[in-house]
Design a protein around this ligand. Structure first.
Ligand code: SAM
Length: 230
């Protein structure tokens, strides 16, 4: 996949340019980076061997990849629909531009796949089903897929309603998160009602559930692809 499509236009993807700009806000990047190790701990990644082949699906600007590198992970690959020139030129990583529901990457070539704060960007249960099939194909037997995202629970729907009311954006964080949710609403409005199907694809498919936990806003899921005959 040498055919980089750097900074694909918003017609090619769900996210608008305004979303990209808001998400890349420097203070928020710092906050997300600080919180990342605790999140990786919940997913079981802090204990993973450092020489595994790790592929970050929907890697964005490479924030999770950067944290993995700081934790001494050696073989880091990322893929996203939109790749910045900066990330494409970063020699610490192998970066591909592509759609995570149908990549050109080789079968059974990764030990661990991650998808951090991104699954809802796939916008439908049908795409999540394709993502699960693609993850199965890419993983070596015994390999793992870790997903961290928010569920379509009643409290999330209520929180997102709240975040979408500009008059309630009384702190910088509420304003930041409110703009993100507002920008994502074009696909969240369809994705959230499909949560029961998304949930089924994640927890009740071919994978073995190895770790599953949740907080008020997020679920943390690590799945394992069993060896044949296991
Ligand atoms: C919240 S951001 C990624 C955050 C990133 N995981 C991190 O750790 O910083 C969501 C990303 O999903 C990407 N995306 C959405 N749909 C995609 C698809 N079908 N294939 C690949 N990337 C996709 C978007 O381009 C965007 O960069």
């Amino acid at each position: 996949m040498s055919d980089f499509k750097i900074n694909a236009t918003s017609e090619d993807r769900n996210e608008s340019d305004a979303w990209l700009e808001t998400y890349a806000n420097e203070d928020e990047r710092k906050r997300r980076r600080k919180e990342m190790p605790a999140k990786l701990e919940r997913l079981g990644l802090m204990d993973a061997p450092r020489d595994i082949q790790l592929l970050d699906l929907c890697c964005g600007h490479g924030e999770a990849l950067d944290v993995f590198h700081s934790l001494d992970f050696k073989n880091l690959t990322g893929i996203d629909l939109t790749i910045s020139e900066e990330l494409a030129a970063d020699s610490r990583f192998t970066i591909h531009q592509g759609d995570v529901t149908k990549t050109d990457l080789p079968d059974e070539s990764y030990d661990w796949l991650t998808c951090i704060h991104s699954l809802h960007h796939l916008a439908s249960a049908e795409n999540v089903a394709k993502f699960m099939d693609e993850s199965w194909r890419l993983l070596k037997p015994g390999g793992r897929l870790s997903v961290l995202d928010f569920p379509g629970s009643p409290q999330i729907k209520m929180a997102f309603w709240f975040f979408r009311q500009p008059r309630l954006h009384v702190t910088p964080y509420l304003k930041y998160f409110g703009s993100i949710i507002q920008e994502e609403w074009c696909f969240l409005k369809d994705y959230l009602p499909q949560w029961p199907q998304v949930r089924q694809h994640l927890w009740e498919g071919r994978f073995e559930v190895e770790r599953s936990s949740s907080t008020l806003f997020y679920y943390y899921l690590t799945l394992r692809k069993p060896h044949p005959g296991e």
